[in-house]
Structure formats: C-alpha cells, structure tokens
Write a protein that binds this ligand. Sequence first.
Ligand code: PGA
Length: 242
Amino acid sequence: MIVANWKMNGSKASIDDWINTVSKCIKPNPEVPCVFCPPSLYIDFSRKLIDDLSSEIKLGSQLVNAEDGTALTGGVNSSMLRDFSTDYVLIGHSEQRTFFNEQANQTFNKIQNSIDAGLSIIFCIGEPLDIQKENGTNDFLVTQLEILKGLNLDNVTIAYEPLWAIGTGLNAQTAYIEETHKFIKDYCETDLGVNEDISVVYGGSVKLENAEEILSSSCVDGLLIGGASLNPDNFSNIYNLS
Ligand code: PGA
C-alpha cells in the first residue's frame, strides 16, 4: 500500500490535477492499493473525480472522530465516510495525538467504530526522539499497540512513523526501519494473535530518492507519504517502484 497523506494542503484545482495525473501515470498493481487522503472537505470532490475517471485510486480519510450520534461540533463519523465510499482512514497520526490531544481511549474508540463501519484502518504509531535516543522505541510502541488487543485486525494496517522523521527531511535508516517493523510484526503475532502477517508501512520523510531502498526491505509493506506526495509525478514514480 502506498498512501498519500495530504495533511492540510490542496485546493480543488490541485486535487483535480493530482487525481488526473496519478490515474494516468501509475501502473496499478492490485496487491498494492494506491490511497489518496485529502483534507476532509475534499472527500466528496475527490470521490467524484475518482469515479468519473474509473481510477484505481482508493480514497482515504485523514480523520474520523467519534461514534454516530455523539454531539460533536465539527465532527466526522465513520458512517459519513462510508456514505462517500471512503475505503481507508488514518487513525492515531502523531499530529492528531499532539495537536488535538488525542488520548489512547479515543484512538481505541475510533478504531473500533471504523472496524464496525467496514473501513480499512491505517493505524499510525511511532516514538519521539528522546525515547529513540534512550533505546526505548520497542517499549513505547507496545504502549501504542496494546490498545488493539481483542480487536479484529483483518482490515488494519500499521503505519510506523517515528516522530523525529515526520516532516524533518530525516528518514529513519533502512536497518532501523527493518528491525522495528520486525518487532511490530512479531508483537502482533505473539501478543495480539494475528495469524497472517500484518501489513506494516513506513512513514517519515519518504521521498523519491529514498523510497526504493526503504521498499527493498521484506519487512516494509508500503509507504505513508506526506510532503513528497503532493507532487503527482513524484508520487506516481514512488508508487511505480512498489
Ligand atoms: P512526511 O509526513 O512524509 O512529510 O514526513 C508523513 C506523515 O506525517 O504521514
């Protein structure tokens, strides 16, 4: 899976250009979904473009809030996402945890509601720099992963995004990514009872120059790309490496 996370970027014109260009340039591989996550306001607009072009692009939301029926001004729920045939949703992104103060119980509720609504979840985890420096990454990741206990993880992908690599231009080294992905996969199998190998994608300063090397690891099942996904040619070239 190769995911474009546009964060708070874009306009109708740039999204139109992106969807048209990417639809033309990618060589779709049914085993590698190409997922576009525009800002929420553009979900409907993107859906229509994707449908009009019969594009292979899958639609993802950067956001889901609480369960249906909650009084939440400004909120978006999983039924609304399904109403626009959204396939994927990002949950637990560090920017949601930091800037919207998302707590573990909220992350859990979002995952559970989204599973119930039939969405595929991209669950983002990752350690801050101080934890990485004191070799605490694995313990930290366990505190984030353990909320998945007891859930049906058939439609859950884990996105490993070290916080110090997001938007900094400093991607994690391939050996570190590989070791960490292996730890995540082992934890999911041993402690969460996932039988099939769970998909783990990497995010954090992925660009055309480093994508091939990162993807070359057998423990890396795809990429979650922020800044470098905004350019449709760049993004298509990265997708075509997968
Ligand atoms: P970046 O963002 O590629 O710009 O580092 C990744 C993300 O936050 O998902």
